[in-house]
Design a protein around this ligand. Structure first.
Ligand code: KE4
Length: 434
């Protein structure tokens, strides 16, 4: 483990590349969270990865708790996945036509998710969400969408809206370049708040097309639902005849083979997936009730398309990833994560550290607040400066956490007990220095 000890200053090549990248790409990155802005650092440029490790261009080695934002449940390119991708590559990169592996992936997903009777493969979680909302509006012939603060559903205009002042009032643009009209039908409510959802549905009878939720939030740090919340959403969606969409882009195949819906025993009408079903290659999927999915072109009136949808390399990588997932995989991941988080809580208690640890399955996050974090409002109470210092301390010891308080950390099957022990040692040093 000694080789993990690095001096954070030794990032000369990354700094050089970052300077060059910033001349060509906004912020020097192709997705904002990679900029390390939230942790007051310049980003590290990664040269290679294998198993639980990343190496940056200055040969520093890190334990990777990001795992490509949750896509790499088996860590980086285990041999069986590498072989599957290489075999697929030998047959071509893209056919722009149907191929057999798409059927196998659709089969394995519908067998794992009983709520998914039909599925459409796309290229990202964002596309999956866009399609799920379009389908819901066509199916119900209604316009409004309910979503929940703290949840992130990709960067489609319709979901980049923030709640305006009054609860259950219509949305305001959450980004420049989005028109008021585009988000005027998007209502953002507090997560885990059943009564506000009920009031909103009654306020707009027969106007709500869909209730969209991350069943376990992974985009505000990790925030599990209260026991009654998801069940209430299902009941309310049925009562008000709107479409319940579970955004399981993170939780699908992460929390269980059947995702969060298997854990909480709830059948949504539509589910969006991504990340793990592509094993780190570009992919997304939307699936659910046959009568909704059959509205999709070419058999229905809802148009949706994609040059690389169902790409054979992404599909091969996703299939190889899912085939490695056994019941014992989840037991291993859960036990390892539970052990890490329990020990962290012990260190916090012994040292009177004001921090909350939320964990479920192989997802966890640490908030620097003494308030229990159960929604966006309580998550926002966390001290982000403290988090930034903590992140830097951990990075300087070779622990690569998600570079934002409002992201999730993931443990992969590549992690060993010694990695957890090393992480706990690094945690103790880091936390006592902030
Ligand atoms: P993509 O379009 O990034 O494939 O998926 C969007 C999306 C949809 N739904 C959920 C629950 C998601 O978490 C995401 C994307 N997740 C972020 C990280 N939390 C991706 C990382 C990034 O934006 O760079």
């Amino acid at each position: 483990m000694q080789e993990l000890l690095i001096n954070i200053k030794n990032a000369n090549k990354s700094q050089e590349l970052y300077k060059k990248a910033c001349e060509l790409m906004p912020g020097g990155v192709n997705s904002p969270v990679r900029s390390f802005k939230a942790v007051e650092l310049e980003p590290l440029f990664i040269s290679k990865a294998k198993g639980q490790y990343l190496w940056d261009v200055d040969q520093n080695k890190y334990l990777d708790f990001v795992g490509s934002w949750g896509a790499l449940i088996h860590g980086h390119i285990p041999d069986s996945i590498q072989e599957a991708v290489q075999n697929a590559l030998a047959k071509g990169t893209s056919f722009g036509a149907p191929h057999e592996d798409e059927i196998e992936l659709a089969q394995i997903i519908t067998e794992s998710f009983p709520s998914i009777k039909k599925i459409r493969l796309v290229n990202s979680g964002t596309e999956a969400i866009m399609t799920a909302i379009r389908l819901s509006r066509a199916y119900t012939k209604r316009n409004k969408i309910i979503k929940f603060s703290g949840c992130y559903h990709g960067h489609a205009d319709v979901v980049l809206s923030m709640s305006s002042s009054g609860i259950s009032t219509l949305g305001l643009p959450g980004s420049a370049g989005i028109t008021k009209n585009t988000v005027s039908e998007t209502i953002t409510l507090p997560f885990n708040d059943i009564s506000t959802t009920e009031i909103t549905l009654s306020k707009y009878p027969k106007e709500i097309a869909a209730i969209l939720v991350e069943p376990v939030i992974g985009n505000c740090g990790v925030i599990p639902p209260s026991t009654a919340f998801l069940k209430a959403l299902k009941e309310l969606a049925t009562k008000h005849k709107c479409v319940l969409i579970f955004d399981e882009v993170i939780t699908g195949f992460r929390l269980a083979k059947g995702g969060a819906q298997a854990i909480y025993d709830i059948m949504p009408d539509l589910t969006t997936l991504g990340k793990i079903i592509g094993g780190g290659m570009p992919i997304g999927a939307v699936g659910g009730k046959k009568e909704i999915m059959d509205l999709l072109a070419p058999i229905g009136p809802v148009y949706q398309a994609g040059t690389l949808s169902g790409n054979p390399i992404s599909v091969a990588c996703g299939l190889a990833t899912i085939k490695l997932l056994k019941d014992e995989t989840y037991i291993y991941l859960e036990n390892m994560t539970e052990h890490l988080c329990k020990e962290i809580k012990k260190i916090n208690e012994e040292n009177n550290i004001k921090a909350q640890v939320n964990n479920i399955g192989s997802m966890f996050s640490i908030f620097f607040t003494d308030t229990k974090v159960c929604d966006y409002t309580t998550a926002k109470k966390s001290n982000t400066q403290k988090f930034a210092k903590f992140f830097q301390n951990m990075l300087s010891q070779g622990i690569y956490l998600a570079p934002s308080q409002f992201e999730a950390n993931f443990i992969s099957t590549a992690f060993k007990e010694e990695d957890i022990n090393y992480t706990l040692e690094a945690y103790k040093k880091s936390i006592l220095e902030i």
